[in-house]
Design a binder for this molecule. Structure first.
Ligand code: SOE
Length: 373
């Protein structure tokens, strides 16, 4: 059976997913057969152009007509559009793949997660945390779960970008609290929190994040509106930082910024365990740095080797992968789960768990005190 896929959103992330879907039959022949059936948005001209370019058979300006009609619904729109169409799709029994953060608010994430539970386990509701699908991250997870690095003590994550450092960069939905929820915190921090939960969140390792102390900062509080003479207030954070305490005693520090001059997409994770350490940087995503007990320095492991769970699908070992491959891997896993009526992770529960931490960081900043998610 061919799965008909409806996709809301066709800009940056929409293109990344459409590219992934187009690659699947070439590199993952065991992936379910899909049709890029309908592309959803508001602007008919832009949609027509995008559908043509991204290989969609049709367009729709009404998501309400689509969610029930397709076999799978991808919600890749801005954060404030995540909730309503995703809930409607799940209520119609249609599996949903939704971009992160799951919703602008914790309340929205709760409603979406309830809808996912009500739809049942054979209707996957995935939250698109694509960095779980980096081969080096899979390798790191195995090392940690096999106990090679011992008990995690320090967990560190930072996600640095600089696209807002110029005060003339226009206002957008990403700088508005009603539309985005939060700024660097939700857009980038959601990835970091999810990766830390993925890597050390099991009971045997650090466990869940138990309390947080957060700090949010907005450096430029209004921005010009593109093509107009007015400015609009920036109502989200430009940067955040937080201290974390994990259930099993590990401590963490995380931060993200859109003002980190010179850093474009620098997502870095470091973990120090009782028996070793590891370092990962998204800008060198084919590598993992590992230091084991007794070593005098980090060893750089080229992960696109036989350890890469997806290597058989791509080029021979050493022929490196890039950012777009993370989307191919997550689409492969998600669509396979849909075809087989199986659960998929990261799911809406994971999206909600990340949102609880983000929300706690904001509450902590408001109160000037440690709080629990
Ligand atoms: C923009 O900040 C952005 O595209 C995020 O929205 C993505 O989630 C991240 O992967 C790259 O940066």
């Amino acid at each position: 059976m061919t799965l008909e896929v409806g996709v809301l959103g066709y800009r940056f992330i929409g293109t990344a997913h459409a590219n992934a879907m187009a690659r699947l039959p070439m590199f993952f022949p065991d992936a379910p057969e899909i049709e890029r059936s309908v592309l959803v948005g508001r602007d008919e001209d832009a949609l027509t152009e995008a559908a043509d370019r991204l290989g969609f058979a049709s367009i729709s300006t009404d998501w309400g007509e689509v969610v029930d009609d397709v076999d799978v619904f991808y919600n890749l729109g801005p954060n404030h559009v995540h909730r309503e169409p995703s809930v409607a799709a799940l209520e119609a029994g249609t599996p949903v793949f939704c971009e992160k953060p799951l919703a602008p608010t914790l309340e929205g994430a709760n409603v979406m997660t309830e809808a996912a539970h009500a739809a049942g386990d054979d209707v996957p509701a995935g939250c698109a945390f694509n960095y779980r699908f980096v081969p080096a991250i899979r390798y790191a997870k195995r090392l940690l779960e096999d106990g090679d690095l011992g008990d995690p003590r320090h967990v560190r994550g930072r996600y640095l970008q600089d696209w807002l450092v110029d005060p003339e960069v226009p206002w957008s939905w990403r700088t508005d609290a009603d539309l985005a929820g939060s700024g660097a915190l939700g857009d980038l921090g959601a990835h970091t929190v999810d990766l830390l939960r993925f890597l050390v969140g099991s009971d045997d390792l650090a466990g869940e994040i138990e309390r947080v102390s957060g700090h949010l900062k907005t450096f430029v509080d209004e921005r010009p509106v593109e093509g107009e003479a007015e400015t609009r207030p920036v109502t989200v954070d430009d940067a955040y930082s937080a201290q974390l305490e994990f259930e099993n005693g590990a401590m963490g520090t995380i931060e993200a910024s859109r003002f980190a001059t010179g850093h474009k997409n620098d997502h870095t994770i470091e973990i120090h365990g009782s028996d070793g350490s590891l370092r990962f940087s998204l800008e060198r995503l084919n590598e993992l740095e590992v230091l084991r007990e007794g070593d005098r320095g980090y060893e750089t492991i080229l992960v696109t080797d036989e350890d890469d769970p997806y290597v058989d699908h791509w080029w021979p070992p050493g022929h490196v992968l890039g950012w777009e491959h993370t989307f191919v891997h997550e689409n492969y896993e998600f669509l396979s789960a849909v075809a087989n009526g199986q659960e998929f992770e990261p799911n809406f529960d994971d999206g909600l768990a990340a949102q609880q931490v983000l929300d706690a960081i904001e509450r902590s900043d408001d109160r000037g005190a440690w709080v629990s998610p």
